[in-house]
Design a binder for this molecule. Structure first.
Ligand SMILES: Nc1ncnc2c1ncn2[C@@H]1O[C@H](COP(=O)(O)OP(=O)(O)OP(=O)(O)O)[C@@H](O)[C@H]1O
Length: 387
């Protein structure tokens, strides 16, 4: 299959404003609540998803991701509120009459049927003409580049090929929206990464809207136009991957996505455009605030500082007003090939995680266990959230 440039994906190429403003959304969750007995799985939730988005639902186990998909697909009915598709209220419309299809992690392929029969199964159920089924199956086989595998049975396929059959089958009926529940969960890391690009390619070429549930944050970051981070039936933040990662709305979101240092600070005042804060026993810290930050001197905040924004050096870097500088001792080093992560104990006792790309061979690395090092990061490389 073609690998494609993620930047060419329609939804990804558009600015956030284009995804969220002044357009009738394809999908709208309007004050949706879903209870099971006395348990509230989805709580008064509002969400708009635009046409052609590749939208991810992320959150801990049990937060309600699958329930949202099942409500949209029509396998469950909302307890209150409503879901609109293209402006039409879906309440009471059965699953098989919704232009929505769901692809499961298990793929649920029929073992005794050929690849072609699996792909055409839903069309046969809907009594399509035989020649139309054949044409559509051929089209789908070409889409997922399995033309030469039409007569094979599922057990004669690799995991990645089975995944592509499942994708072809779930797209055969031309749904407007495809829901993917952990679609790549059964694949190993390398194949998974390859298949992510294939999914993006298919979504882009067909101009469909994909909604994916995944436990893999890297996957969500790679494929999504936007991500919704959920907790206990509520949306905490809905934003582009870059905003979620670099401008999390809360320490929960920051902590949920990737590695992070969350540091309690007390605001001390301003120095020109920079906010000053105290941390770890009085050290001065400079932060370039965001326009929406409310900066009351004395207020307690949490500083969100990603490990890869921190430089680790043996020599003391030059001092500058917009550079934060602290000294500590390396306690741990973890090596992941492309990068090394250093756990550095500051002299005040705090432990900071810093990550450097491994530009040199590790045999030539300057920094070792128990070395004294300097950590430095720019005022614009960190953000403040409410404590
Ligand atoms: N049919 C049901 N009856 C009772 N409780 C349910 C039912 N379906 C889901 N729940 C509960 O609703 C909550 C949300 O479930 P859901 O499957 O949506 O979570 P999830 O975020 O998809 O979790 P996971 O990541 O583990 O798949 C869970 O606490 C679950 O136990």
């Amino acid at each position: 299959m073609n690998f494609h440039d993620p930047a060419s994906t329609a939804a990804q190429a558009e600015p956030v404003s284009a995804l969220t403003q002044d357009r009738t959304p394809l999908i709208r969750f309007e004050n949706v609540t879903k209870t099971f007995g006395s348990f509230t799985a989805i709580s008064d939730l509002n969400l708009d998803i635009q046409e052609r988005e590749f939208f991810s639902l992320l959150g801990p186990s049990g937060c309600g991701k699958t329930t949202m998909m099942r409500l949209l697909a029509g396998f469950e009915e909302v307890t209150s509120g409503r879901i609109l598709l293209d402006g039409q209220d879906l309440t009471g419309i059965p699953a098989n009459r919704r232009p929505v299809n769901m692809m499961f992690q298990s793929y649920a392929l029929f073992p005794h049927m050929s690849v072609a029969k699996n792909i055409g199964f839903g069309l046969k159920q809907e009594r399509w003409k035989k020649s139309d089924i054949q044409d559509r199956v051929d089209e789908m086989l070409a889409l997922v580049q399995l033309e030469d595998f039409a007569d094979r049975k599922p057990h004669q396929l690799s995991g990645g090929q089975m995944q592509r059959v499942a994708l072809a089958r779930s797209l055969a009926k031309k749904p407007k929206v495809l829901l993917l529940d952990e679609p790549l969960g059964a694949l190993d890391k390398k194949l998974r990464e390859e298949t992510q690009f294939q999914l993006m390619d298919v979504q882009d070429r067909l101009g469909l809207t994909f909604i994916i549930v995944t436990h893999d944050q890297d996957e969500a970051m790679t494929v999504s136009s936007r991500i919704a981070v959920m907790k206990a039936g509520k949306l905490l933040q809905t934003d582009t991957p870059a905003r979620i990662y670099e401008h999390p709305a809360s320490s929960y979101v920051a902590d949920f996505i990737g590695n992070v240092n969350l540091i309690n600070v007390e605001l001390a005042g301003m120095d020109g455009e920079l906010a000053l804060a105290r941390w770890d026993g009085g050290t001065r810290l400079a932060i370039r605030p965001q326009p929406e930050d409310v900066l009351t001197p004395g207020a307690r905040k949490t500083l969100v500082l990603r490990p890869e924004k921190i430089h680790v050096t043996k020599d003391q870097p030059a001092e500058a007003p917009n550079v934060n500088l602290v000294e500590g001792t390396v306690e741990e080093i973890s090596y992941t090939g492309s990068a090394s992560t250093y756990l550095v104990r500051l002299d005040g006792g705090m432990l900071i995680r810093a990550q450097e790309a491994n530009r040199l061979l590790t045999s030539r690395r300057e920094i070792d266990w128990n070395n004294r090092v300097w950590l430095s990061w720019r005022a614009g490389a960190c953000v403040l959230v409410d404590a």
